[in-house]
Design a protein around this ligand. Sequence first.
Ligand SMILES: NC(=O)c1ccc[n+]([C@@H]2O[C@H](COP(=O)([O-])OP(=O)(O)OC[C@H]3O[C@@H](n4cnc5c(N)ncnc54)[C@H](OP(=O)(O)O)[C@@H]3O)[C@@H](O)[C@H]2O)c1
Length: 312
Amino acid sequence: MQAITVRDRDAGVAGMSLTDMPYPHAAENDVIVRVYAAGFTPGELDWPATWTDRAGRDRTPSVPGHELSGVVVELGYGTTGLSVGQRVFGLADWARDGTLAEYTAVEARNLAPLPADIDHTLAAALPISGLTAWQGLFDHGRLTTGQNVLIHGAAGAVGSIAVQLAREAGARVIGTGRSSAREEALALGVDTFIDLETGKLEEAGEADLVFDVIGGDILDRSAALVRPGGTLVTIAMPPTVRPKDGRAVFFVVEPDRARLTDLAARLRDGRLKPVVGAVRPLAEAPSAFAPGKRTPGRTIIRVTDGGTGDRS
Ligand SMILES: NC(=O)c1ccc[n+]([C@@H]2O[C@H](COP(=O)([O-])OP(=O)(O)OC[C@H]3O[C@@H](n4cnc5c(N)ncnc54)[C@H](OP(=O)(O)O)[C@@H]3O)[C@@H](O)[C@H]2O)c1
């Protein structure tokens, strides 16, 4: 089968190449998925799990990409809950070969059924951003109706989903970003937008929850904006400055089948729209993710456009 692989830790995205790889092995509780659409986060080339397995052994050449939407073609021993021919989407394991491939082996519990009327391209844009936004707002941030939430990077992949979920939950949303993100953030439903290039972050006032995706100075300054008893949640880096009277949480997104199912329901009825930018074929993944000017929104790799879930 064809896959994008990386071998050289220092090469970055330039080290990605289209390669022939063996068809994956379905371990216990796995499914093999024929990948229709895949997501990739350039930052994952810095993660240790991209280069070594859970025991710390070199696993190159490795296949990057951790989001997928596709069709189950094989079940491993003991796998329950999914069946061959079923449409699924979800989050592939961090320390195994990923989703920029025609086929991938994934633990079944990391996937959720995908309704027939949701396109694979949209579904592949949702697992990381959707689960991260949900877990950040509600599991770690404890956001409830009527509260104020400040969401950094409101027009980005995670931020845009967080804005939509927070609005649906009845929160008042203040979004931030660059000047160029203003229109997109307002269209997504932020009540107020703060332009981090020209405006003052401190004008946001206090919030029950600050959800940071940027890190650095913006994260440090955000601690002072947390209302007493509130929470600073960040997905960018462990915080060094903490709210005086509040919690500070850094977390890494976890797979969650039930939550993926909730997110799919929202996609289906139009409550949630991931911002998809470019859609490119597998062979163009290296150029699609090359540094430089990229189309705003998630770049999705469309691995296959048709087929019946056959093994080839
Ligand atoms: N811990 C976890 O589990 C987890 C999960 C998902 C993502 N992440 C990480 O979280 C970060 C955000 O992910 P994402 O997928 O949402 O990225 P993204 O789509 O690039 O969104 C980030 C948004 O923030 C904006 N931004 C970045 N720096 C800014 C600055 N200094 N001032 C104003 N706006 C700024 C970006 O604008 P531009 O596009 O104009 O730069 C973009 O709109 C990444 O570092 C990612 O690796 C972590």
